[in-house]
Structures are given as structure tokens and as C-alpha cells.
Design a protein around this ligand. Structure first.
Ligand code: AMP
Length: 479
């Protein structure tokens, strides 16, 4: 985290110190190793409440420090069970942290491991798309904290490599995205595997009626923690709109990046194909860009993310699902190549910049066809976004454009109407991405993980059913 961000976080935070929470010296030492001096606002609020054993409903996005907000008190609470015994039986799974994506699971696990490194507690991460064997070995050896995506977690339960019978703390991170991704049935199965007596923490960036229903179904008298008004966009983010013809949008993005000398920017595309094309276009224009979306393997996406963090890649072109949960701090600017289909995604996207007090720019392109999307966004954020002229940008006339083989492909750079199908509010393309949305399907008992390609190539029928939240509200069979 940059000094500016840190300073603004510290200014915003009450003058509490980590020492004030009664955290163990082993945890404080780990925090010192990380260079954290003061808790962020969500940490200052969450840590004492979680330490009391209360259920929590947290409204916080990635970038606020929420991971430490729940991990530190969990580690502290589990310390009474910490032991150095070699017996797996002495290391049952006591805390389960569920995340929607592999990247987020990985990041949360890195944080938990860093914060617990001076304690004997063990933590491991399990997610799909990679070999199960190393995960199985870690689970069999015994581990107190498991960070997991729902599908792979259930694979392990099914293969009896994981038992949740002693899990006393459940965290649902980015719960709104888990519902968006159709994980509700998996969540329901997982909840049914846990002891009834437990502490529940749920974090969500937005609070739709479905999220509220889910919260009501499994949180017991929760304390609500909010660091920013839900659906609010940060005041320190400068938002602008540029109107551009559909076919000039890629050139416009290249122009904005060059004109502003942008070095670290995420550009959001609504479709995987759109992300790939834009990334290729930018590369041809001499911009160091890479696309990150569901057709990329885990390894490719991790490599792109790492390169972006290192600065070897300056522009990450991402779809919403792929970008969700990525721990990328110090982002001065985000660009919407497409306006998102859901207004709430606009809030998520621009929340990537202007984090924790730092200032940021959110630039969006729009076309005539985006009137309704724009109206929805402005209604949600409760103010109008400035519509500016893109200075110095002279769009190439279509006759001057080089013919592209891929322009004629179906689904290529689709017009807004084509993207949406019949209605302007049709299904979101990204939502049917089977790589991310794989519902629970047991791994073959051979123990071989499905390859990324195999998952990606599954037919779209693997799209999870949108199950009624009511199933969690008493409609489930009794255990
Ligand atoms: P999170 O919202 O949990 O993804 O955290 C966002 C970033 O803030 C991560 O890079 C953390 O390592 C960092 N961070 C979390 N807590 C603190 C803190 N108290 N001081 C400085 N940086 C922090």
C-alpha cells in the first residue's frame, strides 16, 4: 500500500492501535512484519466485535483492509487451540473462509498465512482448476483455517479429505458476488455441513434484497459494520464520461491511455472477447496490455496480475468477474470500455480507484445505446456524471480502418443491441462463463483435477440454476 493511501487510511481511522485490541504478541509481530502501524477504519470497527464472538454483516469492498479485519480476530480466537502436535486430529478445521474466486481465495490465504506466521496455527487454500493432491495432503495433515471456493471445498468434503464438523467460524467474503455467480446451492450445502453453534461473518460490497435474505437466514443477531455507504461512490473519485462511436471505442481507449500517460489502469470490458480484442489492439498500439478473463487459465491470470503489480504490464483489461476481489492497490485510474449491465458493477469497478482516501479517476465511454444503463448508474449513485469531450481524439473513419478478420465474427465487438440480445437488460455474458461459474460437480474419484481447459470447455448448461434464496429460509430438508 502506498504511503499516501496509508496516510489517508490512518487519518481516517480512529486513533486506535493494534495493541489496543489485546491481540497476541505473535500477531502484533506479524503486523509489524507487514509494516502495518494502525488499523484501517473497518479493522478498528470489526476486530473488537469479532473478538466478542458476535456475528457480523460487513459492508466493505476489497481495498479497505477487510481481510485483516476478520482474519486477525479469527487467528486470535483460535490461538487457544493452537498446538504443535504432529497429529492431524489436533488440527481440525476451526475456521472456514469462503470466497467467490480463486484469486481472492489465494490473496486471503496469503494474508491469513502472513498474520499467523508466528503462531502454530495452520492455514491452507483450496480452489478448483488445479490438482487436488497437494490440497488433499495439506488437509490430511490437519489445518485450522481453510480458505476455499465453494465448489472445490465440496469436492474435498465428498472425497472425505475435509471434515467441517468442528468448524466454529464461517466467513463469507464477497457474498454478493457469490450469489451473482450462482453459488447459493453450494453455500447452502456447506452451511448444512457446519455445526449449528458457530460464529458467522458475512462481507458484501452491496446489499441487494437477496443478500439481505441470505444474511437473515444464517446470521444470528449480527452487528452491521459499514465503512462506506453501500452503493456510494467515493467522493475522491473524479468520474467522467466520453461519448464515442461504438467502432471508435478501442482507439479512444488507446488515446486516453497515451494522452494521460496512464501507467496502471484497469479497463473493464463486459465480454471476454471484447477484453481480448481490446488488449490485442492496445498491444498493437504499443501499450503494454494484458487481458484477464474466464477463458484464461489460472496460471495465465496469476501471471498477468503479477506482471501488472510489477509494472511490466500497464493496462489490465478485465471482465467484472475476473477483476472481482483482486487486491490491486494504488490504482490511479479505472476505465469502462463498456458501461456495465448492472449499475452496481459500476460502483464496484470505480471502487478500484480512490481507495481509502487516495484520489482517483474513473473514465467511462458510452454510446447512444447506453442511455438506459447510464440512467440506472446515475440513479444508483444519486448524481450525474460529467459528460466531457475527448480532447484531441480524431476517430478514424470506418473507410480508413484496416479490415479485420475478426470484425465479422459473430459476437465480435457486438453492438450494444447484439450484446444484449432482445432486451437492453439481457443476460450478462460474463455470468455464463463456466470457468468461473462451475457449480458443484464432484471431482472424478481418481483425484485428478479438471484442467482449466476442460472446465472452460464445458457446455453452457453448467450454468448454475438461480435457486431461490427461500431454500435457505427453512425450505431445506432437515439434516
Ligand atoms: P483488503 O481490503 O483486505 O484486500 O486489503 C487491501 C490492502 O491493504 C492489502 O494490500 C493489505 O495488505 C493492506 N492493508 C490491510 N490492512 C492494513 C493496515 N492496517 N495498514 C496498511 N495496509 C493494510
Amino acid at each position: 500500500m502506498s504511503d499516501t493511501q496509508l496516510a489517508s487510511m490512518q487519518n481516517a481511522a480512529p486513533a486506535v492501535r493494534f495493541e489496543d485490541f489485546g491481540l497476541s504478541p505473535d500477531i502484533l509481530r506479524a503486523l509489524a512484519d507487514q509494516g502495518y502501524t494502525h488499523p484501517t477504519p473497518i479493522q478498528a470497527e470489526a476486530i473488537p466485535i469479532v473478538l466478542q464472538g458476535r456475528d457480523v454483516m460487513g459492508a466493505a469492498q476489497t481495498g479497505t483492509g477487510k481481510t485483516a479485519g476478520f482474519s486477525l480476530p479469527i487467528i486470535q480466537s483460535l490461538l487457544e487451540h493452537a498446538n504443535t502436535s504432529a497429529s492431524p486430529a489436533r488440527h481440525p478445521v476451526r475456521a472456514l473462509i469462503l470466497t467467490p474466486t480463486r484469486e481472492l481465495a489465494d490473496q486471503v490465504a496469503d494474508n491469513v498465512k502472513a498474520y499467523s506466521r508466528h503462531t502454530p496455527l495452520r492455514a491452507t487454500v483450496v480452489f478448483g482448476g488445479v490438482d487436488m493432491a497437494p490440497q488433499t495432503a495439506a488437509l490430511r495433515a490437519g489445518v485450522e483455517i481453510v480458505i476455499a471456493t465453494p465448489g472445490r471445498l465440496l469436492d474435498h468434503v465428498q472425497q472425505k479429505t475435509l471434515n467441517l464438523g468442528q468448524t466454529q467460524i464461517l466467513v463469507m467474503d464477497e457474498a454478493d458476488r457469490m450469489l451473482d455467480m450462482g453459488f447459493l446451492p453450494d453455500l447452502q450445502r456447506i452451511i448444512n455441513l457446519l455445526p449449528k453453534q458457530r460464529q458467522n461473518l458475512m462481507f458484501s460490497a452491496t446489499f441487494s434484497p437477496d443478500i439481505k435474505k441470505l444474511a437473515a437466514s444464517f446470521l444470528q443477531n449480527p452487528v452491521t459494520i459499514e465503512v462506506a455507504r453501500s452503493n456510494a461512490t467515493a467522493d475522491n473519485v473524479t468520474q467522467v464520461l466520453y461519448k464515442v462511436e461504438e467502432e471508435a471505442k478501442r482507439d479512444a481507449i488507446a488515446h486516453i491511455i497515451r494522452d494521460r500517460g496512464l501507467k496502471q489502469v484497469i479497463v473493464f470490458s463486459n465480454t471476454k472477447i471484447g477484453a481480448s480484442r481490446l488488449s490485442r489492439h492496445l498491444e498493437k498500439e504499443g501499450v503494454k496490455a494484458s487481458a484477464i478473463h474466464g477463458d484464461k487459465t489460472q496460471a495465465e491470470r496469476m501471471a498477468a496480475l503479477e506482471a501488472f503489480k510489477q509494472g511490466t504490464i500497464e493496462v489490465l483489461v478485465a471482465t467484472d468477474v475476473a477483476a472481482r476481489g483482486l487486491d490491486i492497490a494504488e490504482l490511479p485510474c479505472v476505465i469502462n470500455f463498456d458501461l456495465p449491465y448492472n449499475a452496481e458493477d459500476y460502483v464496484h469497478r470505480i471502487g478500484r480507484t480512490g481507495r481509502a482516501g487516495a484520489s482517483g479517476d474513473a473514465i467511462s465511454l458510452y454510446t447512444d445505446k447506453d442511455t438506459r444503463l447510464l440512467a440506472d448508474i446515475e440513479k444508483l449513485i444519486k448524481h450525474n456524471i460529467a459528460r466531457l469531450q475527448l480532447s484531441g481524439f480524431v476517430p478514424q473513419r470506418s473507410s480508413e480502418r484496416r479490415p479485420r478478420r475478426d470484425d465479422s465474427e459473430s459476437g465480435a465487438s457486438p453492438s450494444r443491441g447484439a450484446q444484449y440480445g432482445r432486451s437492453a437488460y439481457g443476460p450478462r455474458k460474463e455470468k455464463v462463463d463456466p470457468w468461473f461459474l462451475k457449480p458443484y460437480e464432484p471431482e472424478p474419484s481418481t483425484g485428478h483435477a479438471e484442467s482449466d481447459t476442460a472446465v472452460a470447455n464445458k457446455p453452457a448448461t453448467t450454468k448454475p440454476q438461480k435457486t431461490k434464496v427461500a431454500a435457505l429460509l427453512g425450505g431445506t430438508p432437515k439434516r
